[in-house]
Design a protein. Structure first.
Length: 230
């Protein structure tokens, strides 16, 4: 027993000291929102545009945090979230081949978080409940609408050649110059658990931001982090 204590005590002391310095790792999340199927209003008769439904996209990214300020921790994390949906268009000349498009968003979060309750497991682990909030930015693929298609169809939706319109539309929507930029704020809370140098988080985040999801003012997400502390 004495040897066990002599072996693990220095490691525990070292890890305790660095627990509050920094950490980094991977983050995976399940976003909680639904985008309903929609038929955007088209002012031209006999022209129909349909954007399909999708929900609960997966996100993947990374994080870095610093705990060099006595009262709070500072962190930044980024992720990419995505899901597929179908886009259909038709006019008097026929139907566009269905475009199976990948809605996607690149998100960056800057957060100040604070420990609410700390729990220690001697020699091996630490855990804490935390809460925080901060600022976020988003870069999101656009959603097809009348003005977009009118531009691609040379101002003539009724007589637009639909045979290759799906490819033209996909090229336009995946062009980074046409992505939608937005920002907002968020609140989050959850549990951090550390065993020796291994670090993990499980938390819920509520985002308040326009233009990330269609007709939505924000969304929630459940996130899991796995990484290391320094």
């Amino acid at each position: 027993m004495k040897k066990l204590i002599q072996t693990f005590l220095p490691i525990y002391i070292l890890s305790s000291q660095v627990f509050a310095i920094a950490g980094f790792g991977l983050q995976v999340g399940q976003n909680v929102f639904s985008v309903k199927e929609s038929y955007p209003t088209i002012s031209v008769p006999n022209v129909i545009l349909n954007n399909g439904a999708f929900d609960n996209p997966i996100s993947l990214g990374g994080y870095l945090y610093l705990d060099i300020i006595p009262v709070v921790d500072l962190e930044v994390d980024f992720n990419f979230q995505w899901n597929k949906y179908d886009i259909n268009f038709e006019n008097d000349l026929g139907e566009m081949p269905t475009l199976s498009f990948a809605w996607a968003s690149r998100d960056v979060y800057f957060t100040v978080r604070k420990k609410i309750i700390g729990i220690g497991i001697p020699f091996l682990a630490k855990a804490q409940l935390f809460a925080g909030g901060g600022y976020n930015t988003h870069l999101t693929t656009p959603v097809a609408n009348e003005s977009m298609l009118t531009s691609l169809c040379d101002d003539d939706l009724a007589n637009c050649d639909v045979t290759s319109l799906n490819k033209t539309l996909e090229t336009y929507m995946t062009n980074k110059d046409n992505y939608l930029s937005s920002s907002g704020f968020h609140l989050q809370g959850g549990l951090q658990f550390k065993i020796l140098m291994l670090d993990s988080f499980l938390f819920y985040r509520q985002v308040f931001a326009d233009n990330v999801i269609l007709d939505g003012k924000g969304y929630g997400s459940i996130n899991l982090r796995l990484g290391m502390s320094l």
